[in-house]
Ligand binder design. Sequence first.
Ligand code: ADP
Ligand code: MG
Length: 704
Amino acid sequence: MKNPMDRKTEQKTEKEQNFFTFLSKRQKSILSKNGIESITQLFRHFPYRYENRGEIKKIKDLQEGEFALVKGKIIAVKGRKGFRKNISIVEGLITDESGNLHIIWFNQSWVENQLIAQKTYYFFGRISLFSTIRGVRLQLENPDFEEASQDEVMKIIPVYKKIGIFGSKSLREFIRKGLEQVEIDDFLPKEILRKEAFPELKEAFFKIHFPQDEKELQSVEDRTSPAVKRFVFEELFAFQLILLSEMKKRKTEEAKLIKKDPKIGETLRALLPFELTQAQRRVFREIVEDCSSGIPMCRLLQGDVGSGKTIIAFLSMLWAALDGFQAAFMAPTETLATQVYIRLREMAQKCGLETALIISSTKMSERKKILEKLKNGEIKLVVGTHSLFQEKVEYKNLNFVVIDEQHRFGVLQRDALFRKGENPHLLLMSATPIPRSLALTVFGDLDISVLDEMPPNRAKVLTAIRGESSREKVEKFLREQMDLKRQVLYVFPQIEENETFEAAAALHSFERFKKGPFKGYPIGLLHGRMVSKEKDEVMEKMRKREILLLVATTVVEVGIDLPQATVIVVENAERFGLSQLHQLRGRVGRGGEKGYCILITGSETSTNAENRLRVLTETDDGFRVAEEDLKLRGAGEVFGTRQWGESGFLFANPLRDLRMLELSRSWAQKIINRELLLKEIEREKLGKWLMEFYQKSYTFLRGG
Ligand code: ADP
Ligand code: MG
């Protein structure tokens, strides 16, 4: 990889100049400790929501309980200690032409020095009732405030995620000042801006951070704003530039072939406890042909949950390993990686191959050993998340890579993979249908295989939606099933990425079940907070049928393979995506016995949400479910809370923004094929931008 240092240094000085003019040294150092090292990075810290403060209220019209925006002059403001020692209080009195209002702040003693008597401010906060000896009065609690020097008050306030100690309000000030003071040079070529009618970078930032009125806010939220479109375009455009240039490069490189060896074929067949389906055999043959031909394979394997993709991936990896190469399996989550590892290890052991797992809980000493053995080639098979392609991991001869559920991965992981300097055969796997045109756009040049046949012994799963009121009936049904010695998976949703909370909810129900509806039945608990050994024990009991009902958090969502469970209950099903639910129900009924999936909706579920779930009762075709999911997804979602570096995309969703994806592709193509000739300076700016976000320079942007 070429990474010219001179560019990097030049960029740095410019960054510093920009960044340091209007922030104090301390502020700057706090930001930079938190990964914000340039003013543009700060501008790219987009609000995750907006607060619409509405009209200014007259003090006399205020009502208890409402959030209100008030414009008032400070009559007095004073701090004191609270009755309880550890509380500090600042109190004030403000006035407008209609009346006076008390204000109170708890534990924000600094407020006292920020407010100046006789000056007018905007205050925004909750109106509460306060009892005094003389009766009750209204007061404004812990309001935000802003000096009323500007002619116009900001009615729409962007709300930001904290950065270090800086809360939303400080960040708003930094960003506002920055946008007012700093010149921003746009890196998108003029021609593109003009033809697509995109706003310049600075204007686009303004529109996202500070929508002027409700109409503008609306257009940001429903993504029709040209500013939003520009940012979506930008991301996809960068992606396409990288992808297309990688493809161009990759085409010129040779792949190492994996030998077709009948003896290896024999070994592989002996490992399988079942016959492959027709579809599986066809796909495996396609893979073998590709990898033994000398062209680097890039194949997308699509197939519904349970159609047997993973087995095909394993066979391919084992084939490569038996021919002396290394093979890696990249899973989207650590739980899934662990499950995959257990299954792969079982097969690999039978032909004397060592398998390794790299996840964050892998002990340092263990990890060191693994890295050593990957480097010297002793370990041929490895499973993990994107950590497999971090800087520190070196391979001796990596030649086959499986990327499972690839749509969850972004550009960066793919990029990291290429950066390893290897040119391995790639097998991408997805249970979500991706139209061919989209696949080409997202993955560049690839072939597609489809597993359109389910393994035998797969019984239909009957799906039903039940509300809170049917809970007892559901519990009775579960008891009946357990009396027949059938196993039940009882799943709780993930709440705001919060494992502790999730575990608590599951634990609570577990206790209730034990004492109440399932008293005397063998029930178990599985959640993300348990250590691996505990989890393994529970899984073992499940396998031995010593547990009939397993209460679990979404750790079972992916991966866990329990052929004998026949019933799955999903609590608060409305919180799941349709495809996710489809994956979950794919966990049951694999043993040939009829399966049941019961979706319990919370009491506050809207009819809308219930209708959304209905498609699951109507079809068990994963492709249809996924399509429905795509249509629905993105409705209320403005910008993900995702960050650069995680998925690669902040604004764009290639599945939803298909038109923009095509547009970005055609522009990227023009640049790479030099149909659009950029000025030297334009090329430089574009290159710098790609460098900043992808830490990589691109040859196609250099020189004439
Ligand atoms: P996917 O990765 O597509 O979800 P898996 O490869 O994990 O599917 O297979 C799902 C389950 O079906 C596994 O338990 C696997 O062992 C089993 N399986 C796969 N192929 C066959 C087959 N041809 N016959 C019987 N069972 C199979
Ligand atoms: Mg799978």
